[in-house]
Design a protein. Structure first.
Length: 118
């Protein structure tokens, strides 16, 4: 066999292997919703997380007009609860408001989710 024929066969086998891996991966190792869910840790809904952020007070005051999109959560490494990746707009009423991607820690206190780590 010539070198070019071996290269073509190797490339074909590689393509078949990748294709099979992509097709069978969800069957072999399904992905859970988030690491917190996989660990059995409770996490807030997007509405609960938004309400907690709006109650949270910074040095400038409460974030009453904040909007939040909740991303993946994982068990809290710094304190109790969970740490979630969020996309937050601090004041959605301002015309030039931009979103920030940042992790925020949430913990359940007296049956209500609160910001634990800002």
């Amino acid at each position: 066999m010539k070198g070019s024929a071996i290269g073509i066969i190797a490339a074909g086998c590689l393509a078949v292997g990748f294709g099979t891996g992509f097709v069978l991966r969800p069957v072999i190792a399904p992905v859970s919703a988030s690491p917190a869910v996989a660990a059995g840790v409770e996490q807030p809904t997007e509405d609960e997380a938004t309400a907690a952020v709006r109650r949270h007070r910074l040095f400038t005051g409460p974030l009453t007009n904040a909007t939040l999109k909740l991303g993946d959560c994982s068990p809290g490494g710094v304190g109790p609860g969970v740490t979630c990746m969020t996309q937050i707009v601090m004041d959605s009423t301002k015309p030039n408001a931009t979103s920030q991607n940042r992790p925020i820690g949430f913990a359940r206190v007296n049956g209500q989710w609160e910001v634990a780590v800002w």
